[in-house]
Design a protein around this ligand. Sequence first.
Ligand code: DGL
Length: 267
Amino acid sequence: MTTDAPIGIFDSGIGGLTVFRTIRRLLPQESILYVGDTARVPYGNKTAETVTGYSLQIAQWLVNHGAKIVVVACNTSSAVALPALQQSLKVPVIGMIGPGARAAVRSSHTQRIGVIGTARTIASAAYDNAIQGLAAKAVVASQACPLLVSLVEEGWLSGPIAESVVRRYLEPLQKSNVDTVILGCTHYPLLAPVIQDCLGSSVTLIDSGEAAAEVVAETLVSQNLLASPAHKPQWQCGVTDMPAPFAEIAHRFLDSPLPQIRHVHLE
Ligand code: DGL
């Protein structure tokens, strides 16, 4: 494998473009191959077994198409499938949970940390376990926020509806007096302004995707996998269902245009 091979990123759908955006900004010289499993989204309300099966299939597809590292942008997949992925793939696999938990423990002064995510991510307690593995005395308050994914995909990123849904979900975290909250889902960084407004400026928000992107950069350096300086990066994007609806809302998740989106068959 040459080091100019792409970074593979996968998500259940479109939300992982927030991670794509961060990695492209941090590592502009790297090629990226992104797959969104739009045929089977959402993952957040499915069983761990189902999500693990889907995740193994897509990650293997990325490796078969030359990925030198696999980034599990989907927090739900990261929460339930990371050990299986790391065991079965022959390339480094980076998930969202460890990096997000580490960043939260580092930033929290009180070690009272909130986590929001999909129903499956919260039920897995993956963030709770990772946080308590790093800081045994940490108190973790977690809250599933299933409607937030639909809000973001609908484009309702501000205004009274977004505010009242966010306020309702965050109430228990406020009662728990957390000083740091992990945005444990691909979509939530787009709601960060509303979430921050609701929680107040004394609460720090942690974007797991940003924390994970730094781990990706460190891993490429430590494993000698950085692209060569002369490399001309290519950004490719595939989806398992129709490209058109994905293309229509992709701009919401990105700061610059995406290359053509193609349909991929997972063999
Ligand atoms: N990408 C998922 C996550 O980060 C959210 C959407 C879904 O439920 O599939 O957990």
